[in-house]
Design a protein around this ligand. Structure first.
Ligand code: NAD
Length: 433
């Protein structure tokens, strides 16, 4: 078979991230940190240290396709901060992945781990690939090559990966196997979100979504509104959105959901278990009988109580956030609201439960998985569910109490708590040398 090389995208820029593109994930992350640093009264030096990733790696990931053709992808791993412990963060496969997006996601992981009091720093990885266009064996080769290229940076005590957009438990099994084979023995704690058969944790698959429902209940309870009385719209029907829909539907009314192909709505409430079967069969929520079509933009503006953006970054911006009618926005995705979007939501009295708090359930149970893997002792599903609920409701209560005491938004309060914990660890450890 002849091997040809095609599709070689230009190498990405590794320019310093001081001036990210306006409205980008990194610009949003920088603006949020700047607000927290100002509230905390940090000087320029400390602020810059907190804004700057500790380590970054850019790797070329060549793939021999099933056809024999060779294509090339760019991959990244960024450790934003490791003052509180090893880097922790997902691996994303999406065509729009670039180094600035990975930097933003890594920074959010740092604050998120600190908000829920985990002994981790923040990291993130990504490969600029659309996984839908490749076979399972091609994705396995991409994953194994990417893993071996970033091998010097990862490890159970240095940087622990998990699934994110476009990756799943199988991807983590390939990462774990590649790492272990190269080290010469099995090291389950190098990744979390693995299949149960190779040391995964019960409850990990639904943890992010369960956490979203815990913080939503806590926010509603503060306003005296029972969960059973609310309507919910969810953008994104992947690992986070679909399970959030399932858990919400058992206790509230889920009236609309969407994915990248479009959305559906049913004002009396969607039959989510039947919808899951439809998605299993067709690959999308679109075309589900018993519901009307709705666009992604329309979904964000529906007259619901709770809106859960659980897909991609930047969907609530200066053009969409002003139309949000929900009283609560609970951020399932990372960075779904831009700085301009945030200002509009605040102006309209929409309560935003921020990503670093709302979607932290995934990393909490990832931490439980890592602890279990390190002890080679496994907990029951009930133990995990109880510990998750306790972490999420405790973190919510801390954030909400600070917000009330200091007159801050929940986002600013969460960031202040997260940033302060990281900065304190950094200052107590001191600067080497
Ligand atoms: P996923 O790949 O499983 O699902 C993503 C979903 O978003 C899919 O339904 C996809 O169709 C939809 N989508 C993609 N582009 C879209 C668009 N332009 N408009 C509308 N929908 C679109 O990913 P996931 O793991 O569910 O992650 C979703 C978000 O949650 C990401 O921001 C991720 O970083 C964040 N997150 C995930 C976890 C986790 O445990 N998986 C934890 C914390 C945060």
């Amino acid at each position: 078979m002849t091997t040809t090389t095609t599709s070689v995208p230009p190498a990405p820029s590794f320019a310093p991230s001081d001036t990210p593109e306006e409205g980008s994930a990194l610009a949003t992350a920088h603006a949020q940190l700047a607000t927290a640093a100002e509230i905390l009264g940090y000087d320029e030096g400390l602020h810059r240290m907190l804004a700057t990733p500790r380590r970054e790696i850019h790797v070329a990931v060549p793939l021999r396709r099933d056809t024999g053709e060779t294509v090339l992808f760019h991959g990244f791993r960024v450790q934003h901060n490791v003052s509180l412990g090893p880097g922790k963060g997902g691996l994303r496969y999406h065509p729009s992945v670039d180094v600035d997006e990975v930097r933003a996601l890594a920074m959010w992981m740092t604050w998120k781990c600190a908000v829920v009091n985990l002994p981790y720093g923040g990291a993130k990885g990504g490969v600029a690939i659309d996984p839908r266009g490749y076979s399972q064996s091609e994705l396995e080769r991409v994953t194994r090559r990417y893993t071996s290229e970033i091998m010097p940076m990862i490890g159970p005590d240095t940087d622990i990966m998990a699934p994110d957009m476009g990756t799943d438990a199988q991807t983590m099994a390939w990462v774990m196997d590649t790492y272990s084979v190269n080290r010469g023995y099995t090291i389950p704690a190098v990744v979390t979100g693995k299949p149960l058969a190779v040391g995964g944790s019960l409850g990990r698959g639904t943890a992010t979504s369960a956490g979203i429902v815990h913080v939503t209940s806590a926010a509603l309870a503060e306003a005296g509104v029972p969960l059973a009385k609310v309507s919910v719209a969810i953008q994104g029907f992947g690992k986070v959105g679909s399970h959030a829909a399932e858990i919400f539907a058992a206790r509230a009314r889920v009236v609309a959901v969407s994915d990248q192909y479009g959305g559906i709505r049913a004002d009396d409430g969607l039959d989510v278990p039947r919808l899951m079967e439809h998605v299993q069969r067709t690959g999308s929520v679109v075309g589900f009988d018993g519901a009307d079509p709705v666009s992604n933009t329309e979904l964000l503006a529906l007259d619901v109580d709770v809106l859960v953006p659980a897909a991609i970054e930047g969907v609530l911006d200066e053009t969409t956030a002003g139309s949000v009618k929900a009283r609560w926005v609970v951020e399932g995705a990372n960075g779904p609201t831009t700085a301009a979007g945030d200002a509009l939501l605040a102006k309209n009295d929409v309560t935003v439960v921020p990503d670093v708090l709302a979607n932290a359930g995934g990393v909490v149970v990832s931490y439980f998985e890592w602890v279990q893997a390190n002890q080679t002792y496994w907990w029951t599903e009930q133990e995990i569910a109880d510990k998750l609920e306790h972490r999420m409701t405790t973190a919510y209560a801390e954030v909400s109490a600070l917000a009330k005491r200091e007159g801050l938004s929940l986002r600013d309060a969460a960031l202040v708590i997260g940033v302060k914990r990281v900065a304190e660890a950094h200052q107590i450890r001191g600067l080497y040398p």
